[in-house]
Write a protein that binds this ligand. Structure first.
Ligand code: DP6
Length: 362
């Protein structure tokens, strides 16, 4: 599949100024994408739940350029303020996808973006931010050329484009749950874009909870991008990719059967392996906080004594995500408030969500 399309250029400067807006959620991977190759291609398939409360809102405004300047003209406001670091990052990204959207060179662009969660909350915002931007770009293509009318085609391209900005972002395009990466179990899956995957899984997972416990708000010392890069010199890399494929197969089986115990074992295994890979990388590093460990231990003790199906996962940071089915929400939240809240500075009660939403012009 190749979205390179030199015909997507406008032939008149009489296009009225306009804007497109999307709200797009973050997602939490249960099978982790960690290690990539080529142009943002994953070393193993991943599976994620789409979240609901943790999202970005992005507006892309455009006016046609009058001069002959062929570069990307971009203004970028984050949370209402100019942000040079983000602007440079996004500008580089837009330049890298002008083979897909050549019309981007023909406009003065202004992007306004904000998150539902505090920026420094230690929550990865690249998945929600990049997916919201990719959706805006596809909406702009639709407005200018009438292409991508079909919802599936629209989402597939948005997922492809989001992937080029941040791998995990490609999974945020769909309601409830998504798969990214070639694998023998799910024929339609691809390394190039994510696909929706919820009709096949047991309804117990359709309303799963994910409470994000924030133990540390500071910015990570090592970015995910650098972390992926360090997998290249990691002596365990090939074994890790093999293990991820095997766990992916087991997780798909558990999701279909509604087997919470297997789900939990694999999910927690993935979280710990992700951090083990960081500790075992050529330049070893640690992103866990003492309170990450305190929470994990309390949670596992509570599960052992209560028998409740409550589990944790982690992304590439210190903040545990607490996962549990809706049927035990009351007990689980009581336990979190009573026994885990002392270890965190903040928390977000989130759950599996309905995916991105196009916003009306404001
Ligand atoms: C641990 O998608 O943030 O959250 O593609 O370099 O932007 P880039 O990396 P990113 O990595 C996500 C890593 C992860 C696991 C996951 O979401 O699958």
């Amino acid at each position: 599949m190749d979205y390179t399309n030199s015909r997507l250029v406008i032939e008149t400067t009489k296009i009225e100024p306009g804007s497109v807006s999307w709200r797009s959620p973050s997602n939490i991977a249960l099978i982790k994408y960690w290690g990539k190759h080529g142009r943002q291609l994953p070393q193993n398939p991943s599976f994620s739940f789409t979240l609901d409360q943790a999202f970005s809102e992005t507006t892309l405004e455009y006016t046609t350029k009058t001069g002959a300047d062929q570069g990307i003209a971009l203004e970028f406001l984050f949370e209402g303020k100019e942000n040079d670091a983000f602007r440079e990052k996004v500008k580089k990204y837009l330049e890298s996808i002008t083979d897909i959207f050549p019309f981007l060179r023909q406009f003065n662009l202004k992007i306004r973006s904000s998150n539902s969660f505090p920026h420094s909350a230690g929550i990865a915002s690249s998945a929600s931010g990049m997916s919201a931007l990719a959706l805006c770009l596809c909406s702009l293509e639709y407005e200018l050329f009438g292409t991508l009318e079909d919802d599936l085609a629209f989402r597939k391209k948005a997922s492809y484009v989001a992937r080029l900005g941040s791998g995990s972002a490609c999974r945020s395009i769909y309601a409830k749950a998504a798969i990214w990466g070639d694998n023998p179990e799910v024929e339609a899956a691809s390394d190039l874009y994510a696909i929706p995957y919820w009709e096949e899984i047991d309804p117990v997972f359709h309303s799963f909870h994910d409470d994000i416990l924030i133990v540390n708000k500071s910015e990570k010392k090592v970015s995910s991008r650098a972390g992926h890069g360090l997998m290249e010199g990691n002596v365990y890399a090939e074994d890790r990719y093999r293990q991820a494929r095997q766990r992916f197969r087991q997780l798909i089986g558990a999701l279909k059967k509604g087997d919470l115990e297997t789900f939990g074992r694999i999910t927690e295994g993935e979280a710990l392996t992700l951090h083990a890979m960081m500790m075992a990388s050529p330049t070893p590093y640690l992103l866990l906080h003492p309170n990450t460990i305190n929470i994990i231990q309390r949670l596992q003790d509570y599960r052992a004594t209560s028998g409740q199906p409550i589990y944790f996962t982690l992304d590439a940071g210190p903040n545990p995500h607490i996962l549990y089915p809706d049927s035990i929400a009351r007990e689980a939240q009581q336990f979190i408030r009573g026994e885990l809240s002392e270890f965190c500075v903040d928390w977000i009660e989130d759950q599996v969500g309905e995916g991105p939403l196009q916003l009306e012009e404001n």
